[in-house]
Design a protein around this ligand. Structure first.
Ligand code: ADP
Length: 261
């Protein structure tokens, strides 16, 4: 009798905790959605005026070109460059919020095919760098293939970009799960400059860059934030490991069965 009462009490406790956790999770999801909606509206509204300023600066250069002295011309060129950059940042924010808002189209996808598509996108950069990109065997997983392709494009591009080696190499593969029910862990490995331990989480923050604005071909620092969001939406996890000077490996999972909204 006493054991039964104890069991009932414990079960009740567990149920309450589970309910609480469920509530917190759905509140969190709701506020994430709200944040995405806010970012979307804010960046969308910023886009028009910035485009306008860009247009005016261009117009001035075209129309008054001959009358401008060197200094005036230099400043107007600077204005065009800055608004260019702002438009890039705004586009990244818009895209970031879209990843949070749009529904995923989930279907079984052969990731070898998805990786081959990613390679097509990156082909010009691979050729230019004289790099080698190797795709190992990959599993078939339920995911939104367009977005997973974007994850791979970003990771491959970074592996080539943050790389000083004369022979740049990127390898895409996965490790077979050791425990049943565990998702396979996909990886993109490069032989590039590496990421110091203290920055390994920070690189996933929006607009975070470890180098000067124009070093390593520039960039907005949005890529990995978007990549993490895509992985999050698939119920997966992404992290980086690295030996500075020798290369980095980005690991990620995609939930195998239940993919949360
Ligand atoms: P971006 O490439 O536009 O700067 P990302 O969000 O893709 O933005 O990356 C953020 C920063 O993380 C980069 O600026 C770079 O400093 C660092 N980083 C990303 N990928 C790698 C890599 N494979 N090797 C070394 N550093 C990297």
């Amino acid at each position: 009798e006493a054991t039964n009462m104890l069991r009932a009490a414990v079960l009740d406790r567990v149920r309450t905790r589970t309910d609480q956790a469920e509530r917190v999770r759905s509140e969190l999801a709701a506020s994430r959605k709200e944040l995405d909606a806010f970012v979307y509206v804010a960046s969308h509204d910023l886009k028009e005026p910035v485009r306008g300023i860009h247009g005016y600066a261009h117009y001035l250069i075209e129309q008054a070109g001959a009358k401008l002295d060197t200094e005036e011309r230099r400043r107007l060129d600077g204005l065009v460059r800055l608004t260019d950059r702002m438009e890039g940042l705004i586009e990244s924010l818009l895209h970031f919020s879209r990843v949070g808002q749009l529904d995923l189209t989930l279907a079984a996808a052969d990731l070898s095919g998805v990786a081959a598509e990613a390679l097509d996108v990156v082909a010009p950069r691979i050729a230019e760098a004289g790099a080698e990109v190797v795709i190992g065997p990959l599993p078939t997983l339920r995911c939104d293939r367009r977005w997973v392709r974007e994850v791979l494009v970003n990771l491959i591009t970074n592996g080539l970009k943050y790389n000083d080696q004369p022979h740049k190499r990127v390898e895409i593969g996965y490790t077979v799960p050791t425990a049943e029910g565990d998702p396979p862990v996909l990886f993109v490995r490069d032989n590039g400059i590496g990421i110091p331990e203290r920055h390994r989480e920070a690189v996933f923050q929006m607009f975070k860059r470890l180098h000067g604005r124009t070093d390593y071909g520039g960039g907005t620092g949005a890529g990995l934030a978007i990549v993490r969001k895509i992985v999050d939406r698939h119920g997966g996890r992404i992290w980086a490991e690295s030996v500075p000077g020798a290369g980095s490996t980005f690991y990620f999972t995609l939930a195998t069965e239940k993919c949360p909204k």
